[in-house]
Design a protein around this ligand. Structure first.
Ligand SMILES: NC(=O)c1ccc[n+]([C@@H]2O[C@H](COP(=O)([O-])OP(=O)(O)OC[C@H]3O[C@@H](n4cnc5c(N)ncnc54)[C@H](O)[C@@H]3O)[C@@H](O)[C@H]2O)c1
Length: 413
């Protein structure tokens, strides 16, 4: 890091992995100066690494890095790199996160940090020992409507919170020929939709309501095989006809019952959280509904710039009001001048870059950090253990009217 003549702090940025998230982190650094012209921090894109040659090329040609190579160690060894974005597939997070901390590089790492609680803890310990700043890719936190909801809850405007429903329903693998990317291979990803999407939801719940104390869960895998996608090509949205089929090794769907703890919630506050990567209909329906003794609210990422708020008990007008994200909520005003003109997903990463780099230069830390990632990983790993137990109570089978319900294809079976 160095002070420039105009008083701004230049921060050398390294990027590890130039996939979807690596490209997005890079655009976020580049856009920082437009959203926050007075911030006094100038990210300089120094070095990127990706073993896929066309991705390393793209880092220089399109994203504007000064140099790129195949090996991530080149990024960590580069003395001009002060901070590093770790956007690798999950199986590399622990190895790279620990190496970054030992190299004294502050890091912004994508979720989930590693393949489960143990790997996340190793990264947390390394970051703690090295005293480096960490930020996590929990981008949904920064939606202005979510920041507003969090404030309403903290002010007690919904009363004591009694229960929460949340869902992360995506369709990125709804097609049976949806590609078997690294996300479906246990050794490369760890869990499936639990780590990929449920971790985001757990963080949203914990960010707005407080800690999840207990979990019980179930999981299911809808498609047992998918066509293979070589690492470093395509995206996990790809559909491959006539590909080489390989087994899916982790879950497509997960559901959890949770108990909450913390000051904002009632003693018996509970929740139901679901995640799917094979939903047909919802595209990226990531949302939470929060119920309290004085009111309720719901938000869905597909309509990111809206929050629905109920009237209070006995209010003159019953039902939900649609509240639009507007200047005054979170960082909305940095992107749009007035309500109704929407912020987008990429903007959330610009906010995340701002929080990360401000923490790096020692300003008030508004960033998520590795302890938040560990907390989410603990919940997800607890859900995995619970699902493996399959502690079900069977219900008696009696010949009621439901016995007459037949499978749609029963005649042909
Ligand atoms: N915050 C979010 O909303 C969000 C969204 C998508 C992905 N993610 C997370 O971001 C991470 C990356 O996901 P993605 O969708 O960008 O993946 P991707 O498949 O698009 O890109 C992964 C990249 O890693 C590279 N890579 C493979 N081996 C490598 C190695 N040894 N060293 C360096 N790079 C290597 C690949 O070549 C590829 O370019 C994952 O942890 C994922 O969970 C977060």
């Amino acid at each position: 890091m160095r002070e420039l003549a105009d008083g701004t702090t230049e921060i050398g940025v390294g990027l590890i992995s130039v996939g979807w998230m690596g490209q997005l982190h890079s655009r976020a650094y580049a856009n920082l100066k437009y959203a926050y012209p007075e911030i006094g921090i100038r990210p300089r894109l120094v070095r990127a690494a990706d073993p896929a040659p066309e991705r390393a090329d793209e880092a220089v040609r399109v994203l504007g890095y000064e140099r790129a190579s195949a090996d991530y160690r080149d990024v960590l060894d580069d003395p001009e790199v002060d901070v590093v974005s770790i956007c690798a597939p999950n199986f590399l997070h622990a190895e790279i996160g620990i190496a970054a901390a030992r190299a004294g590089k502050h890091f912004w790492i994508e979720k989930p940090v590693g393949r489960g609680e143990d790997e996340t803890r190793e990264v947390a310990e390394a970051a703690g020992a090295a005293g480096v700043v960490s930020s996590i890719g929990f981008n949904y936190r920064h939606a202005p409507a979510i920041e507003h909801l969090r404030e309403l809850i903290a002010e007690g405007r919904l009363g004591r919170i009694t229960n929460v429903r949340g869902r992360m329903f995506a369709d990125y693998s709804a097609d049976p020929n949806g590609a078997l990317s690294w996300r479906f291979v246990r050794g490369l990803a760890g869990s499936g939709v639990l780590g990929d999407l449920m971790g985001h939801l757990v963080d949203l719940v914990q960010y707005t309501l407080g800690p999840i104390a207990e979990v019980t869960a179930l999981t299911s895998t809808v498609y047992a095989e998918r066509p293979e996608l070589p690492m470093g090509t395509g995206t996990h949205f790809a559909v491959i006809e006539n590909g080489v089929m390989k087994p899916v090794e982790n879950e497509d769907y997960a559901a959890m019952l949770v108990r909450l703890s913390g000051e904002a919630v009632a003693a018996e506050a509970v929740g139901t959280l679901e995640a799917s990567r094979v939903a047909v209909g919802p595209r990226a329906s990531y949302g939470i509904e929060v119920y309290g003794t004085e009111g309720s609210a719901f938000w869905d990422f597909e309509r990111m710039n809206e929050l629905h708020l109920s009237g209070g008990r006995g209010a003159e007008h019953q039902g939900y009001a649609r509240v639009m994200a507007s200047p005054g909520m979170g960082d909305f005003a940095r992107f749009q001048p007035g309500a109704g003109t929407s912020m987008g997903y990429d903007d959330l990463k610009v906010v995340e870059a701002r929080k990360f780099l401000e923490a790096v230069v020692g300003r008030a830390a508004a960033n998520s950090n590795i302890q938040d990632a560990l907390s989410a990983a603990q919940v997800v790993s607890a859900a995995e253990r619970s699902a493996a137990l399959r502690d079900w109570q069977s219900s008696a089978r009696v010949p009621g009217t439901t016995a007459a319900i037949r499978a749609p294809h029963a005649d042909t079976l």
